[in-house]
Design a protein around this ligand. Structure first.
Ligand code: SDX
Length: 427
């Protein structure tokens, strides 16, 4: 059944097609709006605007549903791994054992960085923010693998695998650089997450092999962060990729967008907020009052979401994992108790209830990473490692979309109308 929406404006009356997604979502297709009426739409922040059709991830914000290629996040969290989920997102379905073995072997092969990379790291100041180094060095991959600029369909597997593998090595090296420690080469005998933690925490003659609990917890964190449809950083990757910019540069741009405290940087901001409460500068009650006071400019970090108007299913899973892993590791973190207290108060407070503000993925992830010994300045870097498969999948989907038009929104101009140039002597 074709559906349409009627728009009447002045003496004009037009029918705009309404399209329906596979889960029943409806959208007014305005691709012909300007041609037929001269009107454009205006939607700052794009809260009501669909940018594309996508088959990768589905979110129902009202019901707290998240599915990667149709598979519920709860099932993947319970039964899959980050690398298997990366394949699912990038190539569209769960891999066979042979595909998984091949993917794993190529990830191992791609783990080392070109030796010249180290000179670039040495050029950064020791206190350089890891996210700045991460985006710069991902873009630098284009210098060492220029073939990515003319990538064919056949090349895509290797370039995507290269990026999923090397983002982990680059991330570990940003950490080592920040502490002035020697870079640790990837160990081909270790699997993805264990190898990352080895590169983070080993010393030249003292290999660090992370515990099963820590490896499982980091696998879960990366899997839960792997994609989230048209979030700010993924939309950035699609916009940059729409100009036909290469895969590495587009994902480097995604790192920059993720860094913001309203997005991926929130996991660091949550820890800063909990630490401030713990150190006595703030009480949980006062923190909530500040978050409710618009004049304060303060937001309850780790709470609220553009799409979820219910619990973020990832936060539910991470909260359970934090309880379990901190118990397994024998960590008694007072910040977890403060987080629980904040959540309990907020969920009873009308300001948060009326606005449907619930804990999001960032509320508990930082506590879990801190318990695993991950330093706070690496939290958003870990988020970027997790999100890389999603960015790659969306870059490819945008690249392959029929027409693949360059993203170029319009605007409503509100500046000065025609004005004459005034010579400086007369100003
Ligand atoms: C991520 O998009 C994604 O999918 C992102 C992500 C992913 O996986 O990629 O899920 C990851 O970025 C999670 C979000 C992490 N950010 C934070 O935790 C920062 C704190 N949250 C807020 O900044 C905010 O909730 C956002 C940025 C997440 C969402 O912003 P929106 O959709 O623009 O929400 P809004 O500003 O329109 O909020 C509606 C109302 C406003 O009040 P009123 O004007 O109606 O009175 O809710 C208030 C807001 O002031 N509000 C908050 C709040 N979040 C929203 N008030 C206090 N504290 C908050 N955290």
């Amino acid at each position: 059944m074709t559906r349409s929406a009627t728009l009447t404006y002045g003496d004009k009356r037009i029918e705009l097609p309404v399209i329906e997604g596979s889960e029943g979502e409806l959208a007014v297709d305005v691709t012909q709006l300007r041609a037929q009426t001269g009107l454009i739409t205006l939607d700052p922040g794009y809260g009501n605007t669909g940018a594309c059709l996508s088959t990768i991830t589905y979110i129902d914000g009202e019901k707290g549903i998240l599915r990667y290629r149709g598979i519920p996040i709860e099932e993947l969290a319970e039964r899959s791994s980050f690398i298997e989920t990366a394949w699912l997102l990038i190539f569209g379905k769960l891999p066979t054992q042979a595909q998984l073995d091949h993917f794993s072997a190529r990830l191992t092969a791609h783990a080392p960085l070109h030796e010249s990379f180290k000179h670039h790291f040495e050029g950064f100041p020791v206190n350089a923010p890891p996210m700045a180094m991460l985006s710069a060095m991902i873009n630098t991959l284009c210098c060492f693998y220029p073939e990515v600029q003319d990538m064919t369909e056949e090349d895509f597997f290797e370039e995507a695998t290269r990026l999923v593998s090397k983002v982990r090595t680059i991330a570990a090296y940003t950490y080592r650089r920040s502490l002035g420690l020697p870079f640790i080469y990837p160990d081909p005998k270790l699997r993805y997450v264990t190898n990352f933690l080895h590169m983070m925490f080993s010393m030249p003659f003292d290999q660090h092999i992370a515990s099963r609990e820590v490896v499982e917890a980091l696998n879960l964190i990366l899997l839960l962060h792997a994609d989230h449809e048209q979030n700010c950083s993924t939309s950035t990757v699609r916009v940059v990729g729409s100009s036909r910019a290469n895969l590495f540069s587009s994902c480097a741009a995604g790192v920059c967008a993720l860094w913001g405290p309203l997005h991926g940087g929130a996991n660091v901001a949550v820890l800063d907020m909990l630490e401030a409460i713990h150190k006595g500068g703030l009480s949980a009650e006062h923190t909530l009052e500040m978050a409710k006071d618009k004049k304060s400019g303060f937001k309850l970090m780790g709470f609220g979401h553009r799409v979820y108007k219910n619990f973020d299913p990832r936060a539910v899973i991470l909260k359970k994992s934090a309880d379990k892993v901190l118990g397994q590791l024998g960590v008694n973190d007072p910040l977890l108790d403060i987080a629980r207290r904040l959540e309990e108060l907020a969920l009873k407070d009308s300001y948060f209830v009326e606005r449907k503000l619930y804990p999001n993925v960032d509320f508990y992830s930082g506590i879990l990473m801190r318990a695993m010994g991950i330093p706070t300045n690496m939290f958003t870097v870990i988020f970027a490692i997790g999100r890389m498969p999603g960015w790659i999948a969306h870059w490819k989907e945008q690249h392959d979309s029929e027409g693949g038009r360059i993203a170029r929104p319009r605007q409503i101009y509100t500046g000065p109308t025609t004005s004459a140039y005034v010579p400086v002597s007369e100003r």
